[in-house]
Each structure stands twice: as structure tokens, then as C-alpha cells.
Design a protein around this ligand. Structure first.
Ligand SMILES: *[C@@H]1O[C@H](CO)[C@@H](O)[C@H](O)[C@H]1NC(C)=O
Ligand SMILES: *[C@@H]1O[C@H](CO)[C@@H](O)[C@H](O)[C@H]1NC(C)=O
Ligand SMILES: *[C@@H]1O[C@H](CO)[C@@H](O)[C@H](O)[C@H]1NC(C)=O
Length: 248
């Protein structure tokens, strides 16, 4: 049922609202168990990403990791609960055992999961960007203009748990960019402030090629975010394109 609802959203976006999707990099393999990480530029990135899953993969097996309050949004929130989307309180002691339970469950039922997590933890907006800059200053890191510094604990834990359960084939690292209109939230979307085009760059990493320890994975994730910042800086400043794009 949820899958059909998501197909409906894709149709609404692409057929009725004329959204164009531009892809570059790898394709998502629909026959695998995947963990997907992405930068979080707007509150609705995950909805536009359905258009990508619709092409290459299977929308219905996607589970998105979201903030707890979204669980209670009338209608949409209940539907997401029914689809067992993964809601985090962002209190690690509580979240950790919950994540373990749900990942073990998905592994036991041999679910072809595609789990989407936003390591930035929240969408990019002036306030979150300010917090990210403060974090950077405190930790002697560079400040970013196009992404937030990732919080790696959740991402690393998902990856390690799925790997331990032998329930992971590949990690997809995705960069999303909006060349024309950004829609910062649901309301501006409803009032017509919508992107006409969304670009996705997709990098696929097979699980056997990923680093082993938590520390190495943390470093790796931070490196990828540095790379995203550079790629997005070029994207927004100059080209409004990623390399080697194809129209999706
Ligand atoms: C951003 O932070 C300011 C002050 O800290 C607060 O008044 C405002 O409501 C915040 N805006 C959003 C969108 O959260
Ligand atoms: C950044 O762009 C380069 C060149 O197109 C690409 O190979 C790389 O995968 C991109 N990095 C990320 C994290 O998207
Ligand atoms: C992007 O534009 C800003 C201001 O126009 C400039 O200072 C910066 O060097 C540019 N960055 C790149 C990567 O071209």
C-alpha cells in the first residue's frame, strides 16, 4: 500500500508537476540490500529521491530514517509508521537498542531493505548551518557552505550492524543538488515554490570494499562530506551540473 502511495507521489511530481530528474554516477541495484546516505539540503529530499528509486530500484522496500516528531504527523506520519520507517529520538541510549532491534528483524525476515539515512541529522537551513559552523570551530574543522558536518555515530552503527547481520550488499553515497528552486519545506512546496529539476550523483560502494573499524568509517564519511562540499560548491557556483550526467 505504501509503495503505491509513493508511486502516486512520483507520478504527481513528474507527470503533473513536470519535475525533471538528472542522474550521474552509478545505478542503484534493486536486487540488493542497501544502506543509502545522502546530504540533506531540504526537508523534502527523501520525496524527490523516490523518483530515483522508481527508476532503478524498488520504492516499496525503502525504509527512511527520520526524526521522531514526524511519526505523529496526521496521515503521512501514520503511513510511515505502518511502513516501519525508522524514527529516532536522537538520544543515543534509546535509539541504539531500537535500531538494533529493527535491523535484526529486517535481517531475520530477509527483507530486501534499502535504508536511507541522512548523516547530517537535520536539513540544511540557516540555524542548522550555524550549529554546524560552531561545531567546526570547536573541533578545528573547516566551515561548510553547502552541507552540514555529518554526525557519524548513527551511520556507522547502521553500517556495522547490517554488516554483522550479513544483511548488506552495498552502500550508496548520494549527493543531491537543486539548480533552480529550493523548496525548504512542505508549505512552500504546496504554495508552488518547487524545484523544476533535481540532480542526484550516486556512488556505489560494495560492502567488501568498505573500511572495517568504526574510526575508519567515521573518517571515510567525513572525507565524503568534504568531497560533497567541493562538488556542490562547483555545482552551485558554476556549472549547475555534475560530471557525466544523464537525464533520468
Ligand atoms: C532559528 O533560531 C532562532 C534563534 O535561535 C529562532 O528564534 C528561530 O525560530 C529558529 N528558526 C527555525 C526555523 O528553527
Ligand atoms: C565528486 O565529483 C567527482 C567528479 O565528478 C566524483 O567522481 C565523486 O564521486 C564526487 N564525490 C561525491 C562524494 O559525490
Ligand atoms: C564561488 O563564488 C564565490 C563568490 O562569488 C567565490 O569567492 C568562490 O571562489 C567561488 N568558488 C568556486 C569553487 O569557484
Amino acid at each position: 500500500m505504501i509503495g503505491y502511495w509513493e508511486y502516486f507521489c512520483v507520478a504527481l511530481l513528474e507527470v503533473f508537476l513536470g519535475l525533471k530528474i538528472v542522474l550521474s554516477g552509478d545505478k542503484i541495484n534493486n536486487n540488493e540490500r542497501n544502506l543509502i546516505i545522502m546530504n540533506h539540503r531540504t526537508r523534502l529530499d527523501w520525496m524527490f529521491f523516490w523518483c530515483v528509486l522508481f527508476r532503478d530500484s524498488n520504492i516499496a522496500t525503502e525504509k527512511i530514517v527520520l526524526k521522531q516528531p514526524l511519526k505523529y504527523v496526521p496521515g503521512a506520519g501514520w503511513a510511515m509508521q505502518a511502513a516501519s520507517y525508522i524514527f529516532l529520538k536522537r538520544k543515543w541510549e534509546d535509539d541504539k537498542s531500537y535500531i538494533t532491534d529493527i535491523l535484526n528483524y529486517l535481517s531475520q525476515i530477509n527483507h530486501k531493505s534499502q535504508i536511507l539515512i541522512f548523516p547530517e541529522g537535520t536539513d540544511f537551513c540557516p540555524n542548522s548551518s550555524k550549529r554546524s559552523d560552531a561545531f567546526a570551530a570547536k573541533n578545528n574543522l573547516e566551515t561548510y557552505k553547502y552541507v552540514l558536518h555529518p554526525r557519524t555515530t548513527g551511520f556507522v552503527y547502521f553500517l556495522q550492524t547490517m554488516r554483522k547481520n550479513k544483511h548488506l550488499d552495498a552502500l550508496y553515497d548520494i549527493t543531491v543538488a537543486y539548480p533552480d528552486e529550493l523548496c525548504s519545506n512542505e508549505l512552500s512546496f504546496a504554495f508552488g515554490k518547487r524545484p523544476k529539476t533535481v540532480h542526484f550523483h550516486i556512488d556505489r560502494h560494495l560492502v567488501e570494499n568498505l573500511r572495517e573499524t568504526d574510526e575508519e568509517l567515521t573518517k571515510w564519511c567525513q572525507e565524503k562530506w568534504r568531497e560533497k562540499e567541493a562538488n556542490l560548491s562547483a555545482f552551485y557556483n558554476e556549472t549547475k551540473n555534475f560530471n557525466d550526467e544523464r537525464v533520468g
